[in-house]
Design a protein around this ligand. Structure first.
Ligand SMILES: Nc1ccn([C@H]2C[C@H](O)[C@@H](COP(=O)(O)O)O2)c(=O)n1
Ligand SMILES: [Zn+2]
Length: 160
């Protein structure tokens, strides 16, 4: 009997895991998921955007606008940073980051310092912001490659 031919690709697998991870986010506007993978295709870590441990999702603000202290921006940890911080195994040198939204400048710094060498991203909806422009400048200068995930159009569904 021939082997199955319609199995998912590595890119679909890892971006799928990143997106599934993002579904854990409580952010009402943007849910972001990240998955860090070794050069031999082993999943090392995952993360999604949310408040730090101990800072309740029910007490801290999810607002986008208003007084800075009353918005989510001063409190959320981004999915990429969470994925880096969640890793317990030692070095992330040479790893690839799959992420559903292009990393901001702060995450870019952490990505570079962690030794991650490649980024595969899906959405780039903040491409025109100073944060993402600065991120791309740093990543390019530091030799971190990034490429857009090519959607296959395949529907991957889970019945749980
Ligand atoms: N690469 C990124 C960019 C953003 N995030 C998080 C931070 C916030 O929780 C949310 C963005 O909210 P919005 O301004 O779109 O309402 O996404 C991230 O985790 N990674
Ligand atoms: Zn970020």
């Amino acid at each position: 009997m021939p082997k199955r031919a319609d199995y998912i690709s590595w890119d679909e697998y890892f971006m799928g895991v990143a997106m599934l991870s993002g579904m854990r986010s409580k952010d009402p506007n943007t849910q972001v998921g990240a998955c860090i993978v070794s050069s031999d295709n082993k999943i090392l870590s995952m993360g999604y955007n949310g408040f730090p441990i101990g800072c309740s999702d029910d007490d801290f603000p999810w607002e986008r606008e208003g007084e800075a202290l009353d918005t989510k921006y001063l409190y959320t940890t981004h999915s990429e940073l969470n994925a880096i911080l969640n890793y317990r195994g030692g070095s992330l040198d040479g790893a690839t980051l799959y992420v559903s939204l292009f990393p901001c400048n702060e995450c870019a710094k952490a990505i570079i310092q962690a030794g991650i060498k490649q980024i595969v991203y899906d959405c780039d909806k903040y491409a025109d912001t100073a944060s993402v422009l600065a991120s791309k400048r740093m990543l390019t200068t530091a030799g971190v490659k990034f490429r857009k995930y090519e959607r296959t159009g395949r529907k991957i569904s889970l019945e749980l």
